[in-house]
Design a protein around this ligand. Structure first.
Ligand code: GFB
Length: 311
């Protein structure tokens, strides 16, 4: 069982999810947290990863390191999203097996499920239909990762588990104008339009797709909860059940930012999956539920954006 003195490696601790897990662990009094920046350790490099585990011998591992991005980034850098995420998953999971890590939690994404899966999406719908083309590479790499966890449990008795979060947003997100996810992209675009008096803001796609959103600090809490309470095969959905259309989301963000101009939809940009609401019954029945509602999370996120980029 994990305790406050356990040696815990948070892979990807500088990213939005990894930094939320690091923050939550620190606030809860875990005193022995191991981290390494991308510059210090390239997890796509098998030798470097194996040497790191040989030297550091972590007891518990959160795999929050990944090459991530929004729909345009996934649809542009297809090879990198497949290769880099495959290598990170394979290297960290195999190194954890080689060095007797007591427990590992691998983080995937709701994009692993079929494009037209029945909604809400249950864990067992995996591999029952075609994937969404725009993020197929990322999805296949994440499916490989969760399958590595289950097969290492089967063949080597490793206590490796997987969590599949819905779309995430929150503190320390990536605000790149092209490569980011929808919430940080629109926060930045509405903010810049407000301060520069730009008459209209473009939102990608038709505005009709629906997305469920979970605040990254809620996911961090769910990951620590699962590290304590889940020790079995299978992947666990982590969602909020809070679903909005992209049009409704744009209006929410426009109001949070206080932008008074027009909103225009650019149909030349891809919509992606029409809907991806995950069924979180399995996790909820274990005793975890999200806390931060979308509106409150958007306000917190915008304040974080202003603190970091407002000037
Ligand atoms: O957040 P997003 O890029 O991720 O796009 P996905 C969600 C929806 O928002 C899509 C629309 O329908 C976009 O067309 N959208 C509107 C925008 N305006 C924008 C904008 O300015 N930027 C962005 N990025 N979207 C990702 C996967 O898909 O979901 C990742 O590509 C990952 O691999 C992530 O799985 C959770 O939900 O479409």
């Amino acid at each position: 069982m994990i305790n406050k003195d356990s040696k815990i490696y948070v892979a990807g601790h500088t990213g939005m999810v990894g930094s939320a897990i690091f923050r939550k662990l620190t606030n809860e009094g875990y005193r022995n947290i191991l981290t390494a920046t991308h510059k210090e350790l390239d997890l796509t490099n098998q030798k470097a990863t194996f040497d790191f585990f040989e030297k550091e011998k972590p007891e518990f591992v959160f795999v929050a390191a990944a090459k991530v991005g929004g729909i345009l980034a996934n649809n542009t850098y297809k090879a990198q999203f497949l290769y880099e995420n495959l290598m990170i998953a394979s290297n960290v999971i195999h190194a954890s097996y080689l060095h007797n890590v007591k427990k590992l939690l691998f983080l995937g994404s709701s994009c692993i499920y079929p494009k037209f899966a029945p909604q809400p999406i249950k864990e067992e719908y995996l591999l029952t239909g075609e994937l969404e083309a725009t993020n197929e590479g990322y999805a296949i790499a994440k499916i490989a990762g969760l399958k590595l966890c289950d097969t290492y449990r089967f063949q080597y008795g490793c206590n490796f588990i997987s969590a599949m979060p819905t779309n995430l947003y929150g503190i320390n997100d990536n605000y790149h104008p092209e490569h980011s996810h929808v919430i940080p992209a629109l926060i930045r675009r509405f903010h810049e339009a407000k301060i520069k008096n730009i008459p209209e803001v473009i939102v990608w796609g038709s505005g009709t797709p629906k997305r469920e959103f979970l605040f990254a600090d809620d996911l961090a809490e769910a990951c620590i909860f699962l590290m304590h309470h889940y020790n079995d095969y299978g992947w666990i959905n982590v969602g909020s059940g809070e679903e909005v259309t992209i049009k409704e989301l744009a209006t929410l963000i426009q109001n949070v930012v206080g932008y008074k101009g027009n909103v225009v939809f650019d149909n030349t940009k891809p919509d992606g999956t029409p809907r991806k609401l995950v069924d979180s019954t399995k996790l909820n029945s274990l005793g975890w539920k999200h806390k931060i509602p979308l509106k409150e999370g958007l306000h917190i996120t915008y304040q974080d954006f202003l603190k970091k980029y407002g000037s």
